[in-house]
Design a protein around this ligand. Sequence first.
Ligand SMILES: [Zn+2]
Length: 434
Amino acid sequence: MARRAVRGSDAHMNVDEFASLWSRPDDRPPSLTIANGRWFDGRGFDAVTMHTVDGRLSRRRPRTIDGVVDLAGMYVVPPFGEAHNHNLHSRDDGAEAIRRYLAAGVFYVLIANNLPTLARGLRPMLNTPTSVDAVFAHGGLTASDGHPIALYERLAEQALLSGFTRSQLADEAYYVIDSVDELVRKWPRIMSRTPDLIKTFLLFSEERDQALQHHVGLDPAILPEIVRMAHQAGLRVAVHVETAADFHYAVCAGVNLVAHLPGHSYRAGYEPATYEISPADARCAGDRGVIVVTTGRLARRIKDPDRVARALDVQRHNIRLLLSSGVRVVVGSDDYSDTSLGEANHLHALDVLDNLALLRMWCCDTPRAIFPDRRIGELADGYEASFLALAGNPLDAWHHVTSIRLRVKQGRLLNVARARASFAPTASRCKTTV
Ligand SMILES: [Zn+2]
């Protein structure tokens, strides 16, 4: 469908007319006036007229416009982010995940461990104006017998890794790093897979030398060297943590992202102190600009309701402490069958953040945590013209985050139904939590 020149003036269209006129993904993004919207400015909603020019937002009306979209009082927010998942995994189930993300208004995704060979097949479907933008950690760095080796081996045995067998997983889904020498030896291989960031694993670091260890992660003494080499290569480092001690080692090592909030899990027989971050570590994380990803809803999978309640109390404690210490906390679910919507709803139910703080976290801080060099997460002059129009005000009623009437990415209308058809999704075949 050609762009109708007849619209090339100040003719107003409602959202449906806009959708029927500008649904071609390969088109040059139109220059539009977006009228009668209330735009999120980080504090509230401001009734202003905005314009889109070459895929960017502009406060100033361009000399020529292709049309005027009438938002009829809708609430405009930046698209949401998902800072911890694994479900952009392979061509087999990527299409369904992309459709789910776009439907939920989640445009930016961080894949925190994956098989790079499978991701290669998925790449053409991502980072386009009509799809999701994603970064990939590829195989994470762990110790002998460390997490997530057993998990990936189980998935391979269940034939859930698109043909990969147990014996093909080392140096693909994970790297075993038991010493600095081994790190130096394997580093060229790690770099050859061109990860967007480096994922590492710490688990119960305080019990590493004891027989009672449940899971194994890296020797924390190696982590500073991993961080040094990654930073030298221009890559950020994310780390899986379980306990407050893991958090301590992660912050001291200089990591950029902590991929879980301590309290996302809660083992039987432990006191809250195992999981409660210390004020000194929180301050240090704030000073160093560490970003912490929540993944709190994982605790709801614990069978024992008492332990769930303890885990949620720990999460409240840690979130309050981190935010009051100036740490950037962002939304990530680590839920293969979901987007970050379920996690955002979990955080809302935790009742430690008001709607404004939570909205800012999800649509401003999370996208910027995933793509720190892009002008996203804000609806200001010169920023990418990517936004969602909501039917109601999420500051008044949180559920309005799902009342999405319009999805625009880099000045182009996103059509979720069309994305579904063009990607020809297959059923989801893999479920992992890494
Ligand atoms: Zn994970």
